[in-house]
Design a protein around this ligand. Structure first.
Ligand SMILES: Cc1cc2nc3c(=O)[nH]c(=O)nc-3n(C[C@H](O)[C@H](O)[C@H](O)COP(=O)(O)O)c2cc1C
Length: 372
């Protein structure tokens, strides 16, 4: 049967060589200076060399109080532009399109000065409820982050609305208890992410795609579900978003038994992408979630659940996934193990992540390089 996966496509103004997206995967590779370093460059070179059409770079944070981990890329100052430019160049010279994800962790920031829509205690710390000055500053910080991404030579930016971070904290009535124009009914709770999108659009200018990492379901009791996220997707489409990259789950659900079980299922997030795609005709949608076999990827595209398939842990475990899927390399794919969480454990410990499925020699070389 004809392969859809290797059909070129357009993402707004960008021509992609295929429909495979290397999803953002934060691996604690930057150092405490929050700069692009050789470890980061080598990882993204490998991801671009994988053959994926689109490479989305992990959570570059737009202001220091939004850092989810001290060892995270920053895009909060012009001094980070040269490093980001090396990163964009490394990806693009390998024939992939490079998008920078821009980010603010809000209540999930590992910082004493963390801020959030409301003072909801999180991991034992109560964040400051954002006042209007904070709102205006963060909107401007996202816009400046997008401007820096463009100056650095990225092909586009993606707003990180996934994993329950700041943009989602405004959308969810669990974490947004405000009584002003940014809280209350759904229209009010959408206001902040829509303002961020508008500001980023303005800063990015025409011809520079702005995507959105989209949380379709928080997977917690009382959390966001498709009932509220589907109309939000429509609002993002009306505001001119260039693509939606759909995921489910947040920090409050990642350890719940129901989520842990779902996460072991191949393609488990794809039906959510399908529902969102049906609500935003004409806006490309990326599906994620343990898309382990090329047959599953083809099925997701063929059944209209998504326009692109996204791989994170899957392509980290086997960076040859696209070449094996295309038949260029005639070896079996080395699958991410469904019951393993080594990469997540390493980043929680603030140590550079590696994959338990890598060959032993590669694991040893990596540990030697990063000092254990
Ligand atoms: C260790 C780790 C780091 C992640 N970092 C990011 C990130 O920086 N930005 C983001 O949008 N999603 C992030 N994700 C979510 C992934 O992009 C992806 O949606 C999820 O892992 C499911 O795809 P997979 O089964 O191929 O891993 C991360 C996931 C893991 C496990």
């Amino acid at each position: 049967m004809h392969s859809l996966l290797f059909e070129p496509m357009r993402l707004g103004p960008l021509a992609l060589r295929n429909r495979i997206c290397c999803l953002p995967l934060y691996l604690a590779y930057p150092g405490p200076d929050n700069e692009v370093n050789d470890l980061v460059l080598d990882y993204y070179a490998e991801m671009a060399d994988s053959g994926a059409g689109l490479v989305v770079v992990e959570n570059a944070t737009v202001e220091p109080c939004g850092l989810g981990n001290p060892r995270t890329l920053l895009a909060s100052d012009d001094r980070f532009v040269p490093g980001l430019a090396r990163l964009a160049g490394t990806i693009k010279e390998r024939g992939a399109r490079a998008v920078l994800q821009i980010h603010h962790a809000g209540r999930y920031a590992r910082r004493p000065d963390r801020i959030a829509p409301s003072a909801v205690t999180t991991w034992g710390v109560t964040p400051k409820a954002m006042d209007q000055a904070d709102v205006d500053r963060v909107v401007a910080a996202f816009a400046a982050g997008a401007r820096r991404a463009k100056e650095a030579g990225f092909d586009g930016v993606e707003l990180h609305g996934g994993t329950g971070y700041l943009l989602t904290q405004f959308l969810s009535s669990r974490t947004n208890l405000r009584t002003d124009a940014y809280g209350g009914n759904l229209a009010h709770r959408m206001r902040f992410p829509i303002e961020v999108l508008a500001a980023v659009r303005g800063a990015a200018g025409a011809g520079f795609p702005v995507g959105y990492r989209f949380l379709a379901d928080e997977c917690v009791p009382g959390g966001l579900t498709l009932a509220e996220t589907t109309p939000f997707a429509g609002e993002l489409a009306r505001a001119g978003v260039d693509y939606l990259s759909v995921m489910i789950g947040c920090y409050d659900s990642f350890s719940l038994p129901g989520y842990v079980e779902a996460d072991r299922e191949e393609g488990f997030m794809a039906p959510f992408a399908g529902t969102i795609r049906a609500a935003v005709p004409g806006v490309p949608v990326i599906a994620a979630g343990r898309i382990q076999r090329p047959e599953t990827a083809e099925r997701i595209l063929r059944e209209g659940m998504a326009d692109l398939v996204g791989l994170a842990r899957v392509i980290f475990a086997d960076p040859l996934w696209p070449r094996k899927a295309s038949g260029e390399i005639l070896e079996p794919i080395n699958p991410c193990a469904p019951t393993c969480s080594l990469c997540t454990k390493r980043i929680v410990e603030q140590k550079p992540a590696f994959c338990a499925r890598w060959p032993e020699e590669r694991r040893e070389r990596f540990l030697e390089r990063v000092g254990g």
